[in-house]
Design a protein around this ligand. Structure first.
Ligand code: CA
Ligand code: CA
Length: 230
């Protein structure tokens, strides 16, 4: 009879596990052969990998789309006010017709237009006017802001007013477009002076010199008040 001491390991009794075979590597070293997965399991792993890659790509596309749309629809435009300059391509939100609901105003140099959107009503300035610069203000003192713009055309540079006409035929339209301006205005702004009507200030170029001229509404157009060096 042979005495066998009791095993102190937790290895189950029975046939010992065969070690992974050792294979020779090209450089003479040896290593363990990697265990090959059965074909069906390899296929399942491949499917899961492809699904994960697809979901990751879809998530990236969704995030990109959400980011691109955020600037044009999901984010409300900041409220604009008299005296503000319209930045090309940036929507300004301001109430032009006095119904307490803001309209969307945009100066779009790419398509040469000033566009006012009031719900389903869309006004777009005529193609003959190419807006150079624009700002907001109640220069005619009727309590409603309008859009003042420098407009280039084939014959030269004009000043235009766009806004709500009021009355029974209330609509958005050109309120005024001047003839060709001399001296040529380079820029414009509105100076807010409550409680009186806002002043229109043009930066003009005359005889090679720049100057700023203030204009006040006279009921039909603008009258120059004074000219100063900018
Ligand atoms: Ca409105
Ligand atoms: Ca006005």
């Amino acid at each position: 009879m042979v005495f066998r001491p009791q095993s102190k390991t937790t290895e189950p009794a029975g046939r010992p596990r065969r070690p992974d075979p050792i294979v020779a590597l090209p450089d003479g070293r040896s290593g363990r052969r990697l265990k090959r997965e059965p074909p069906l399991r390899r296929f399942s792993i491949a499917i899961r990998g492809a699904t994960a890659a697809f979901l990751a790509a879809a998530a990236l596309v969704f995030m990109a789309l959400a980011s691109s749309f955020a600037g044009c629809s999901s984010e409300p435009s900041p409220a604009a006010k008299s005296g503000d300059v319209l930045q090309p391509g940036v929507v300004a939100s301001i109430d032009l017709d006095g119904d307490a609901a803001p309209e969307a105003v945009i100066l779009d140099k790419a398509v040469h237009s000033i566009t006012i959107t009031d719900g389903s009503t869309i006004y777009r300035s005529r193609e003959k006017w190419s807006p150079v610069a624009a700002c907001l203000g109640d220069t005619d003192g009727n309590g409603l802001p309008e859009i003042l713009a420098l407009l280039d055309a084939a014959d030269g540079r004009h000043l235009g007013m766009f806004g709500y006409s009021g009355g029974d035929a209330g609509e958005y339209r050109e309120l005024l477009v001047t003839g060709v301006l001399q001296p040529r205005p380079l820029a414009l702004r509105v100076e807010v002076r409550p409680p009186s009507a806002n002043l229109l200030v043009l930066t003009e170029e005359a005889a090679g010199e720049k100057r700023e001229t203030s204009y006040r509404w006279n009921g039909f157009g603008f009258t120059a008040l004074s000219a100063t060096a900018p």
